[in-house]
Write a protein that binds this ligand. Sequence first.
Ligand code: ADP
Length: 410
Amino acid sequence: MNDTDKRLQGYRRLIDIARDLASTLELDILLNRIVSAAVDLTEAAAASILLYDDTARQLHFQVATNLDLQTMRGLVVPLDGSIAGWIVTNRKPVLIDDAHADPRFYQNIEQVTRYPTESMLGVPLITKDKVVGVLEVINKQKGNFTDSDEDLIQVLSAQAAVAIENARLFQQSDLVTEFVHELRTPLATIGTATYLLLRPEISLEQRESIIQSIHSETMRLSSLTASFLDLARLESGRVQFHLTPFDLQTMLTECMQVMQSKADETRIRMSLEMPADFPEVVADRDKMKQVMLNLISNAIKYNSSNGLVEITAESNPKQWTLSIRDTGVGIPTKALPHLFQKFYRVQASEGKVPGTGLGLSICKQIVSGHGGSIEVKSRLGKGTVFTIHIPRQKTTEREKVFELDGQEPN
Ligand code: ADP
């Protein structure tokens, strides 16, 4: 096939891709389609999208055909001293035959991914005059990237940028609508309460109880806002996970200490069971702690007095597992499929136990961000158990060292 035929074939593919991209508003699916289209169009070995965070002035990998989610989460590219950064700043494409010979090349990424870059082609993703990120293809399978590859990728990037922006706006408007809806109840309660307070015939006792309800609704509004912002950040994919090795037992003990006084209020006993030689885990410590605090807090909130909360941790070479078991009210079977949805609360607990219905959505986002899964089993009136599985890291330097050590004959 000659060059013109190839180009024509590429344009035909682009029309199909445009249709495909317009048909989804789910950001993750969309980004995956864009990178696989980029690989196809340019016969590259791999492609990736880095999204630009203009507050932190850095780029982070959002999707790549050659990297798993966990590796990507840790990968940040600075604006200065990187090819992707140069593309953002100059708003121009870059076509390079030998990346290592280019002074702008950012070496750190390769050290983590162990995926050598030779040739590369990168273009900015621009919508409404704003750079939202960079699309890169690397290592052309035969020869080097050509001007015709650059043309194709430029057209793809223009379509991709619009699709990404639409998906983001859609995600935000969806979330904002739900949030505003959730704000209405506490605001209405506070409104009515203040109106009542102004009436002269209100007794001192009634006054106190009204003030109490204003206080608790204000607390609820404040935790709703904090959780909402947390979730919005996680859903937008802009949250960076900082993976570090740490001792799980210490972290779990800290969580139990934080929750102790709350457990004491209803005489709930907490226990932790895990092997003494539990190997170090690699994860975002603060975020995993947030997950555990959420689950333990629920296990206490939805328990009966004198109940139990049992935390167990297990590990094998592939993954580590945490479970949080309580002897509480349980969850009706028909509610289980909705449990991880935003703002969802089981009807029986609404009005009785304070909450926002966002905790479990946040947990799920964090666990998925680690490439893991979270599941729930429950029996009404008996209790509930939440189980988290997190795959063990393969790509960190330290585990690489372990693997090599293990292969040594002596
Ligand atoms: P919140 O607790 O703030 O309402 P979550 O997202 O943490 O929000 O939980 C969603 C709902 O799931 C809760 O409202 C509650 O009905 C139910 N739930 C969560 N954990 C438990 C548990 N351990 N036992 C029983 N019900 C639970």
